[in-house]
Design a protein around this ligand. Structure first.
Ligand code: PGA
Length: 241
């Protein structure tokens, strides 16, 4: 079974979400986590599906207009949270330090962080994919309590491959994905003594998921565009059961 995490980003209207939830009824498989925009979290929680947030505040303070705290997420039954997505790193200036603080906040509160890491196309062309990704993992894990590290899911998302990337629709080859994933797993095992789950994200859809499912060390997917239409999303999730 592979994990299927839907990252619905900021795409859907509330009507879209009602339609999506209608299609999910009876299809809330164990391997699925949906990460909707904040306003829709309560709607998904009621469905009895695993729910994740797309971001979290580093503040616990109520005096934080516009932020959503970890306690608020927990009160809605959210147990997963994406951190350091490339869109947040590039459009909202999230740096490694902020990513590290969010990871720490989530782990201290028994949540499951989904840490996004990934190289630019230029880095890939220069053979730097593994270096870039391991640097991001290393910064994100800085100072984190080792005993909680096994809860982290790392999402390997090459920036160029996600749907707004410069090679949208193209994924690395299965061998390339396998190489990066095993580097992450080995690095974490060697340096922190824990085994973690690593998922792949970037243009995953119904047409390429069968081939990707053959990557034995891959634990699942972070899915953007293909998590917006319920019928195809359910079909994709079934292929990963
Ligand atoms: P995509 O997005 O599946 O649309 O490429 C993945 C992501 O950005 O998490």
């Amino acid at each position: 079974m592979k994990l299927v995490i839907g990252n619905q980003k900021a795409f859907m209207s509330s009507d879209d979400v009602y339609a999506f939830i209608g299609g999910m009824e009876g299809n809330c498989f164990d391997n699925v986590v949906i990460c909707p925009s904040y306003p829709y979290i309560g709607m998904y929680s009621k469905l009895g599906i695993k729910v994740g947030a797309q971001d979290v505040s580093i503040s616990d303070n109520g005096k934080a207009t516009g932020e959503v705290t970890v306690n608020q997420l927990k009160s809605l039954g959210v147990s997963y949270c994406i951190v350091g997505h490339s869109e947040r790193r590039s459009f909202f200036a999230e740096d490694d330090d902020l990513v590290n603080r969010k990871i720490t906040k989530l782990l201290d509160n028994d949540m499951v962080p989904i840490l996004c890491v990934g190289e630019s196309f230029e880095d890939k062309e220069n053979g730097r994919s593994v270096d870039v990704v391991l640097n991001e993992v290393c910064s994100a894990f800085n100072g984190v309590n080792f005993s909680s590290l096994n809860r982290i899911i790392v999402a390997y998302e090459p920036i160029w491959s996600i749907s707004d990337g410069i090679r949208a629709g193209v994924t690395p080859s299965c061998d390339e994905i396998k190489g990066v994933i095993s580097s992450i797993k080995n690095y974490v095992k060697d340096n922190y003594g824990v085994s973690i789950k690593v998922v792949y994200g970037g243009s995953v859809n119904l047409s390429n998921v069968d081939a990707l499912n053959d990557i034995d060390i891959l634990d699942g997917y972070l899915i953007g565009g293909a998590s917006l239409k319920v019928d195809s999303f359910v079909e994709l999730a079934k292929k990963c059961l």
